[in-house]
Design a protein around this ligand. Structure first.
Ligand SMILES: [Zn+2]
Length: 114
């Protein structure tokens, strides 16, 4: 059925349009952490009471082979980094969807040859 192939191509086009700008992507995840300055008398770091300073934001990126790179992120860059992480996740999601459609399309084209 030709319609099936046309449907698949149309849905693939929809996914392609959902693709984020690849120039903006960042891998990893953003963690927050409280830090201790260890200065005597600091009320934020008082033993058992203080919560420490922060939170500070850290981009944690897995490089494979159990290697993880941790990059501290200044507060004013947090939003931008979050958007880039979302773009990366979106890109991976859309890539999988396009790959799935192309697989179905391949099967459909093979079927049409018979
Ligand atoms: Zn402190």
């Amino acid at each position: 059925m030709k319609d099936r192939a046309a449907q698949l191509i149309a849905s693939r086009e929809k996914f392609v349009q959902q693709m984020p700008d690849p120039g903006a992507i960042l891998p990893g995840s953003l963690l927050s952490r409280m830090v201790r300055c260890n200065k005597p008398g600091c009320r934020f770091c008082e033993k058992g009471k203080g919560k420490g300073h922060g939170p500070i934001w850290i981009l944690s990126v897995s490089l494979g082979d159990r290697q993880v790179r941790q990059v501290p992120i200044p507060g004013e860059m947090k939003k931008e980094v979050e958007e880039s992480l979302r773009a990366f996740a979106q890109m991976q999601k859309v890539l999988k969807q396009i790959a799935r459609v192309n697989l179905d399309l391949l099967k459909e084209r093979k079927r049409q040859r018979q």
